[in-house]
Design a protein around this ligand. Structure first.
Ligand SMILES: O=C(O)CCC(=O)C(=O)O
Length: 268
């Protein structure tokens, strides 16, 4: 299982992330990690409630479970003993990376489950641009089985205009537009990647993203999303934001630390 990066993070990764708000990192995990995490994912899929906190999108057409790392050694080892946190720190330019939570997304064959366009920032009880999501493919992923798609560059528009789209009316700047209706707009740039198991996509908390159902009759689609905190993250509790199991609401402006947000990687 690779502890170190198999390929260095390059200036192109850094520039693409800054420009588009999403970048593909190929071959982040080797085949040993993939095999281990597939077994770990299969345990969760078989009994979601026993392994973590069920997300609101959990259901028959998609397994959607968070916080496995707090109780499962495989998910914890991935955080502390793989190069994922280093890759994220180097791309986003953070000196330290902490875990916030992990989230497993499994769409079985023939799953009609669509994840509508949304951005993650509105759900996280924090402010800061260094709260990205790295979505690691644990199966091969392609258009047919429901790869995740991104609206490139929209995070810069949001930062410049202080916009944060919510999931419903009354949240932040109001609901996220349905970018499906803007597919043919030449001013919109939609980006996505076919992934091999072990590849990942890192994306900004203000980057809108979306996935179709799994139209394959044979192949599951499994992704493990890790939500991480970097240097500029501060508590920003608001009524519509997620609560964190075991963690009391903390005063706005404080940096998250302590046992529920351990440091995974620090720049030397
Ligand atoms: O796995 C998916 O299809 C959706 C992923 C997602 O929305 C997320 O990681 O925030």
């Amino acid at each position: 299982m690779n502890r170190e990066l198999l390929h260095p993070i390059t200036a192109t990764h850094i520039q693409d992330y800054a420009r588009d708000g999403a970048v593909c990192i190929r071959n982040l995990l080797d085949s040993d990690w993939v095999a281990r995490m597939r077994l770990a994912a299969d345990r969760v899929i078989a009994d979601p409630a026993a392994h973590g906190k069920l997300s609101i999108s959990q259901g028959e057409t998609m397994t959607s479970v968070c916080y496995m790392w707090r109780q499962d050694a495989d998910f914890r080892d991935l955080l502390f003993h793989s190069p994922v946190a280093e890759a994220v720190g180097r791309v986003i330019g953070s000196r330290a990376i902490r875990i916030y939570h992990d989230h497993l997304f499994h769409k079985p064959p023939n799953s009609p489950k669509v994840m509508t366009w949304h951005m993650d920032a509105t759900a996280w009880p924090v402010s800061g641009q260094m709260a990205p999501n790295i979505w690691i493919a644990l199966t091969d992923v392609r258009a047919e089985n429901g790869r995740v798609e991104f609206l490139a560059g929209y995070h810069r528009y949001c930062v410049e205009n202080k916009i944060e789209h919510g999931f419903k009316e009354g949240q932040a700047s109001g609901p996220c537009p349905d970018f499906e209706k803007q597919r043919s707009d030449p001013d919109r740039k939609f980006i996505t990647w076919d992934l091999k198991a072990g590849d990942a996509v890192l994306f900004h908390p203000l980057t809108p993203h979306f996935s179709k159902g799994n139209a394959s009759t044979t192949d599951p689609r499994i992704g493990l999303a890790l939500r991480l905190f970097g240097d500029d993250v501060r508590w920003n509790p608001l009524p519509y934001k997620a609560t964190i199991p075991g963690v009391p609401e903390l005063p706005p402006g404080q940096a998250p630390d302590g046992e529920f947000f351990p440091v995974l990687w620090c720049a030397s």
